[in-house]
Design a protein around this ligand. Sequence first.
Ligand code: SF4
Length: 309
Amino acid sequence: MNSHPNDRKVILLRPRGFCAGVVRAVDVVSLALEIHGSPIYVRREIVHNRHVVADLTARGAVFVREVSEVPEGARVIFSAHGVSPEVRREAEQRRLRVIDATCPLVTKVHLEAVRFAKAGRSLLLVGHRDHEEVEGTMGEAPEATQVVSNAAEAEAVSVPDPGRVAYLTQTTLSLSEAEEVIAVLKRRFPAIQAPPSQDICYATENRQRAVRALSPLCGLVLVVGSRNSSNSNRLVEVAREAGTRAALIDDAGEIVPAWLEGVATVGLTAGASAPEVLVRGVLDRLAALGYARVEESDAVPEDVHFALP
Ligand code: SF4
């Protein structure tokens, strides 16, 4: 059954979209292009968003997988997700001029890994094995670190000395999923040391809290973000956990009108790497589909900025 046209509206969630780490990383590439001109090499996607990468590519950034692809002596930018010490060493050997756009909140987790490993603790890194951030953090203490991706792995993992173990997490996990895994680790290793403060970053937490609070009011939640964006995927999961249908879309072109059948209220948010211009495009598309009324909801206050490197 279709909703009545007068009932249809969009709840635009806040906070959404770019976090302080992404603003900083994108600004670093833009400024480097302005100051030094093209080409500026960037190791991996500067942030996980297809549109941001395409825009910077058009302006002269050259994205590579590994520093070995960068000509000796050239300028290279490390992405917001951070790199392992091995990548830094390789860049040094190739005499690359490095500009580091690693988010300070990722660097914080790296420093914790170094400190715990130096203190002789085994490290359990809660996160997704194939994510660049996890690769980078793991590289700080590869012999001491094991990745734990879910509760089943937390049940199975073993360490040489259960009295000397610590855990860390990826910055962009789902709060509820991380809690579940950490609860298992604490039960199995009562002496486990936690990081001094939560590793899941403020932006991930705030965007998830807003989705959790407002999803029950919506028949459908749309999350603007790319498929490889960890925090965007987690927003979809949080909405679904709240019992609401949800979809991840890269841009307005991916909206399927059939999703809106019977939906009175559409919730709209964006992952930390998705630019606001894409959200505006989705609003225009939704308006054309009969959802012209927009209410902006300030679920969680946020005002965080990072200085440029
Ligand atoms: Fe930094 Fe969090 Fe943004 Fe990642 S999502 S860049 S950790 S602020």
